[in-house]
Ligand binder design. Structure first.
Ligand code: MN
Length: 379
């Protein structure tokens, strides 16, 4: 690893852990960005001394400028700033922003010939077709940070893609594992924000509770690994020890195991193809004892079947799914709708918003606007 790194979304859960990894291995950080957490961003800027800083919320520019006075750091704002940073020469772009706001910076990075360490699954859910084609044309790598996809990526190393028969995508089941539809009507925000195994940001934690996170990961896997959605099996594995697995034509299954600590997949994406000592705790199989596997309850948690429908329809259908979910989760986090309405709103948006015949970036962005507007009109 001799490339400099830039981190989009450096104040979030993946961003802060990426900086821990960067610090441990002495990686040079050229740029950091945040949505609006300037307090932490300033602290990170003072420690890592990047060349560029970007604040997405432009109204915070003056405050940030004051805080960074005399530090010789270029301050950028908004989407333009994110895209500029992504296209700096010869950097590894760690994309860990939340939501499909990550799409344009990913495209910028690839157009500049930069590899992307991708934690932002919404990029591939909404723009998978465009992004993967572009990455192929520009000969750049998309290295997944999402723990399941990092696992699959690792299981595929040294194997032939054409010999894969199935991807086994593991799911913890989230905080409402075993709940009935009735029980989901009364769950609270605090309960939904409490994931059993992983410490993550609010959006992804809610997605884990609805199983939408797994649904988005299914679509992410289809694009990343060029496989049919029918060849992705979701398996509930409560312990989150097997991070995912690949079944080959001969029936052999290769899995990747480890403790539930994102620093492992983050570091692998940053140091790929090298493996170095890592800050995460090592796994003791005898301490774990036993592992369990079950089919997900897709009748109660409808997100998975919605995702299969979306990927089968193709075009902008996954964008409808994703945008409706982003908007509904945001409404839930603002206490405007109850938990069970999140998946309901996504299903309604998928019935309502038209699936386009073709796909391009403008259609994706327009679909996002229309879908969000429709979901807001439901309350
Ligand atoms: Mn994941």
């Amino acid at each position: 690893m001799n490339k400099d790194i830039v981190i989009l979304g450096s104040t979030g859960s993946i961003g802060t852990q990426s900086l821990e990894v960067a610090k441990m291995h002495g990686l040079n950080v050229r740029a950091l960005t945040a949505y609006k957490n300037i307090e932490l961003l300033v602290q990170q800027a003072k420690e890592f001394k990047p060349e560029y800083i970007c604040i997405f919320d432009e109204s915070l520019y003056t405050d940030l400028k004051k805080e960074l006075f005399g530090l010789n750091i270029n301050i950028l704002t908004g989407m333009e700033g994110l895209c500029y940073i992504s296209s700096l020469e010869n950097v590894l772009v760690i994309n860990s922003v939340v939501g499909m706001v990550g799409l344009l910076p990913t495209i910028s990075a690839i157009n500049a010939g930069n590899d992307v360490a991708l934690a932002n699954k919404e990029t591939l859910v909404t723009g998978g077709e465009i992004v993967m084609k572009l990455a192929f044309e520009k000969n750049t790598k998309i290295i997944p940070i999402d723990s399941e996809h990092s696992a699959i990526f690792q299981c595929l190393m040294g194997n032939n893609d054409s010999e894969v028969s199935k991807i086994i995508l593991t799911a913890s089941g989230g905080p409402f594992y075993g709940y009935s539809k009735e029980m989901l009507k009364n769950v609270t925000k605090a309960q939904a924000l409490k994931h059993p195994n992983w410490q993550m940001g609010a959006k992804i934690t809610i997605d884990s509770a609805t199983l939408m996170n797994k649904a988005l990961e299914l679509i992410e896997a289809v694009w990343l690994f060029n496989i049919s959605f029918n060849q992705v099996e979701v398996v509930v594995h409560r312990q989150s020890i097997i991070h995912s697995a690949v079944e080959f034509l001969d029936g052999s299954i290769i899995a990747q195991l480890g403790t539930a600590d994102m620093r492992t997949p983050i570091q692998f994406a940053l140091t790929y193809p090298d493996r170095l000592p890592c800050l995460s705790k090592k796994l003791s199989l005898t301490e774990v004892g036993s592992l369990t596997f079950e089919k997900p309850d897709e009748k109660t948690f409808i997100a998975l079947s919605l995702a299969r429908k979306a990927i089968e329809l193709g075009s902008n259908a996954p964008t409808i799914l994703n945008s409706a979910n982003e908007e509904a989760v945001s409404l839930f986090l603002q206490d405007k709708i109850p938990f069970y309405k999140i998946s309901e709103f996504v299903a309604m948006a998928m019935n309502k918003i038209e699936v386009s015949k073709e796909i391009n970036l403008d259609i994706i962005l327009e679909t996002e606007r229309n879908t969000r507007e429709f979901v807001r009109s439901l309350i």
